[in-house]
Design a protein around this ligand. Structure first.
Ligand SMILES: NC(=O)c1ccc[n+]([C@@H]2O[C@H](COP(=O)([O-])OP(=O)(O)OC[C@H]3O[C@@H](n4cnc5c(N)ncnc54)[C@H](O)[C@@H]3O)[C@@H](O)[C@H]2O)c1
Length: 266
């Protein structure tokens, strides 16, 4: 049976993961895209993290290649696009997954300094723009493509730290702008808004900041209308698989909430 993204070439930026007990969004998405027939370049600041994802893909018989990228450096981002094309011949799916808050020093507006602001903006938002900037000409040349920029439900609510909130709103703006401008090129650009997910990125930083793990999990679960349980990285990955596949060929510029009903249920 043909996979849902058979023959496509994907670049997952931030395809490694924060170490922890569960699987992260970028890793689950890389694995699922490969399982459904894509060749996947797994790019991450941390080569070992990228290699671990690639190993998981290969263990299932999939095709993936690890790559180092730093989304803070334009040359590095451009090189990742070039390396994808030189490894697999094309680039169909760009998946922009890099994003963080607590772990990169994000703070409330009255506590953050200028360097902290710049760091969060540059990692969470400028990096996604840079990857789009260099991927789009390649996709134009090929006659189309799909881009997903990962935002967050933090964009929809008051959030304790200003940089994350602002950048995740910015990701929606970037997505809508590019979707509008590049529809004529058959390049679809969508965003996913994960809610409270049980991933290392979300849980480990809070545990490291001193909150007991059980308390972190229970607090987050209690906020989910759909079943009283956080989602997992696979929930985000399945949404991404759909949006990257030709099943979504008429869908662009959307912000897809993957939040267990949080937006509508409380
Ligand atoms: N996990 C959640 O609960 C949750 C909720 C809402 C939104 N999100 C969003 O999902 C995305 C990440 O989820 P995840 O679970 O895969 O996180 P993760 O932390 O496990 O993976 C992100 C990867 O990005 C890499 N990275 C960090 N800085 C980088 C840089 N400068 N250049 C290249 N790579 C870099 C990290 O090494 C890491 O492997 C983020 O955009 C985040 O805001 C997550």
């Amino acid at each position: 049976m043909a996979g849902r993204v058979d023959g496509k070439v994907a670049l997952v930026v931030g395809g490694g993961q924060t170490p922890g007990a569960t699987i992260g969004n970028g890793r689950a998405t890389s694995i699922l895209l490969a399982r459904e027939g894509a060749k996947v370049v797994v790019a991450d600041l941390d080569l070992e993290r990228a290699e671990d994802t690639v190993q998981a893909v290969r263990a299932e018989g999939g095709d993936a290649t690890p790559l180092v990228v730093d989304v803070l450096q334009e040359d590095s981002v451009k090189a990742a696009i070039d390396a994808t094309v030189s490894t697999y011949g094309r680039l169909d799916l760009l998946h922009n997954n890099v994003g963080a808050s607590l772990s990169i020093g994000d703070k409330p507006a009255t506590e953050l300094d200028v360097e902290g602001w710049d760091r969060v903006i540059n990692i969470n938002l400028r990096g996604m723009w840079l990857a789009c900037k260099w991927a789009i000409p390649q996709m134009q040349q090929q006659g189309g493509g799909s881009i997903i920029n990962i935002s967050s439900m933090a964009a929809m609510h008051v959030y304790p730290r200003v940089g994350y909130k602002v950048t995740k709103m910015g990701v929606i703006g970037l997505t809508e702008q590019l979707a509008g401008v590049h529809a004529k090129d058959l390049i679809r650009v969508n965003t996913i808004l994960p809610g409270l997910m049980n991933t290392p990125m979300a849980i480990e930083a809070r545990v490291e900041a001193g909150q007991p793990r059980d308390e972190v999990l229970a607090e987050r679960n209690a906020r989910i209308p759909l079943g009283g349980q956080m989602g997992s990285a696979w929930d985000v990955a399945y949404a991404a698989l759909f949006l990257h596949s030709d099943e979504a060929r008429f869908i662009t510029g959307v912000s897809l909430r993957v939040d267990g009903g949080m937006q509508v249920g409380h």
